[in-house]
Design a protein around this ligand. Structure first.
Ligand code: SR1
Ligand code: MG
Length: 389
């Protein structure tokens, strides 16, 4: 059976043939609202499942941007890899087909997508702690520090993901910093964008961050860890969609999550700012303390007892993460894949003011990231000056 994009009926037939549902009456719908895939939710009796199928092109752009179907296999492999070390935070995979580029997995519709939930005023009191723990575990356990060089490289070679890395290299690290066709710049923001395009220091630092992304294969990353890739409730958190998974720098996932916590404050900045900053504190403290505890208990790194080494590793992760967060803030504000946190602000003056804030915060994080070596530096990181210029 070769690849063909499924209809709702195809999706039902596949899960039935696979014995994942019985002969009871079925309802199904295509619910994919992301940028790349088809997603079918299937209900049969008390069974409910998700079937996700990759399309051979980027849905958000169209057939002019072809994409390898292999990403579906990478995604299900990554879900299984992450479940080994962070099971409470990963959806169950029931079946995957390489040829037809689909995965059948747990339906999480008892939870909400965090970006949408936060916009509705929903509270996720455990989210920051859960993602801190999820990332410490997935990053540590897939790194040389836990696996040693041979086992790590055996896993790493399964995650060669050029098409999806190319999207990130273009959309996060390149296009927003030039007058590229993919950009979507709101009228009124031109002067701010010109500042970015003419900032040689900023471009130099972005180029360094891109080089890190391309060359630093620390650990198996999720690769697209924004609040639209997380389902949660007050008690539970599940991370979905690791189709961008590849071996990359520790700081990348950490930085993307931080950027989207900042975005989550923009709909009502005066009211939400402190809450989201507290989330960033909790997230980083949980991440750093969990990573350190795993290191002390389980690292196979020969220099693991060297004085100050794990603290230096964590400092580098924090600095890289802030740089990556800065790139994410800029690209989601003027690039191809905008975020509802900004776009749904109805007052155009407020929306432009928040976009300007996101761009200036992003640039400051990129240029001044090396000032943040510890949690205290992060807590005291002050961008008042950049915001007022
Ligand atoms: C062409 S894909 C655009 C964006 O959607 C995905 O979720 C990634 O964030 C990607 O950069
Ligand atoms: Mg996604």
């Amino acid at each position: 059976m070769g690849y063909q994009a499924f209809t709702v009926q195809d999706a039902i037939e596949r899960v039935r043939t696979l014995g994942l549902i019985g002969n009871e009456p079925v309802t199904a719908e295509e619910i994919g609202d992301g940028n790349l895939n088809l997603v079918f939710r299937i209900h049969a009796g008390d069974q409910h499942l998700i079937l996700k199928q990759a399309l051979p092109y980027a849905k958000v752009v169209g057939e002019s941007w072809p994409l390898s179907l292999e990403r579906a296999w990478i995604e299900q492999s990554a879900l299984k890899e992450f479940a080994k070390v962070a099971i409470p935070f990963v959806p169950r995979v029931y079946h995957a087909s390489k040829e037809e580029a689909f995965t059948v997995m747990e339906d999480l519709s008892h939870l909400t997508i965090v970006r949408a939930g936060l916009l509705e005023g929903e509270k996720y009191p455990l989210l920051a702690e859960h993602i801190g723990s999820y990332l410490a575990r997935t990053l540590f356990y897939t790194s040389d520090f836990a696996l040693g060089p041979v086992a790590k490289k055996q896993i790493a070679r399964q995650y060669y993901n050029p098409d999806l890395c190319d999207i990130t290299e273009k959309l996060i690290f390149t296009d927003p910093f030039y007058d590229a066709e993919t950009n979507a710049i709101e009228a009124g923001l031109e002067a701010e964008v010109d500042r970015i395009w003419n900032d040689a220091e900023l471009k130099r630092e972005v180029a360094k961050l891109e080089a890190l992304f391309i060359t630093k294969g620390d650990a198996l990353l999720h690769g697209d860890l924004h609040t639209g890739s997380i389902f949660a409730s007050a008690e539970e958190t599940k991370v979905i969609d690791p189709e961008f998974a590849f071996y990359g720098p520790f700081g990348f996932d950490v930085g993307q999550f931080i950027a989207h916590l900042f975005f989550a404050a923009y709909p009502d900045y005066d009211r939400l700012r402190e809450e989201r900053i507290k989330d960033i504190d909790t997230f980083w403290l949980t991440f750093a303390s969990t990573f350190k505890a795993l290191w002390e208990r389980e690292a196979v790194e020969p220099f693991r007892s060297a004085d100050g080494l794990v603290e230096d590793v964590l400092s580098t992760i924090l600095q890289d993460a802030l740089g990556f967060a800065g790139c994410e803030l800029i690209r989601r504000t003027i690039g191809l894949a905008p975020v509802a946190d900004l776009e749904q602000i109805t007052d155009p003056t407020v929306r432009l003011e928040r976009k300007r804030h996101a761009l200036r915060l992003g640039a400051a994080l990129i240029k001044r990231r090396t000032e943040c070596k510890t949690f205290t530096d992060l807590r005291n990181f002050d961008v008042t000056e950049e915001l007022s210029r």
